[in-house]
Design a protein around this ligand. Structure first.
Ligand code: CO
Length: 175
């Protein structure tokens, strides 16, 4: 049943975004003469897969320990620009929020308990379990990050501030 609803939402999103495809551009900065002179082998490097589309996402966190969305959706390979805004007034020491996108298969509970012990690194624990994350912000602040959407699938995002992941979590769908 949930899958059906997701598919229906996806259809709406695709329908409403259909007109944007034509405006895609493939801007590339040509290397300067100086760069070419100092890096003569650069043209032989394996090219990084270029993003196939752009996606702009906004997410809000508030003083009630809630995100305003429980699902975000992008196309596979999209270059994602995500802005997290804290719409409350409480400081990040007591009501800090971040957006942490976890790799597929990462157990949220165990990740969150590790994160809670990583205060010195804004609650981002050591390891290789995160696809992308914002900095930790307090009321009135925002942070914008850019990352390439991972392979198609359903991922989880949380706020990793201690005790927040129970309420501040959602799914990040890549189609
Ligand atoms: Co939070």
């Amino acid at each position: 049943m949930k899958k059906l609803m997701i598919a229906a939402v996806a259809g709406l999103v695709l329908a409403s975004c259909g007109g944007e495809k034509a405006s895609e551009s493939t801007e590339q900065t040509a290397p300067t003469a100086a760069q070419e002179a100092t890096q003569p082998e650069s043209t032989a490097e394996e090219p990084v897969a270029a993003p196939t589309s752009q996606a702009t996402l906004t997410l809000e966190g508030n003083d009630q320990m809630r995100f305003d969305k429980t699902e975000l959706k992008v196309a596979a390979g999209a270059e994602v620009t995500l802005t997290l805004t804290h719409t409350g007034t409480m400081g990040k020491e007591v009501m800090g929020h971040n957006f942490v996108l976890l790799k597929e298969g990462v157990a949220v509970e165990s990740f969150a308990s590790k994160a809670a012990r990583a205060k010195d690194n804004e609650y981002i624990p050591e390891g290789d379990e995160v696809i992308a994350h914002t900095k930790l912000i307090g009321g009135g602040e925002s942070d914008t990050i850019t990352f390439v959407a991972p392979a198609p699938g359903t991922y989880e995002f949380i706020c990793s501030f201690p005790g927040h992941y129970g309420l501040m979590r959602g799914t990040f769908v890549v189609e």
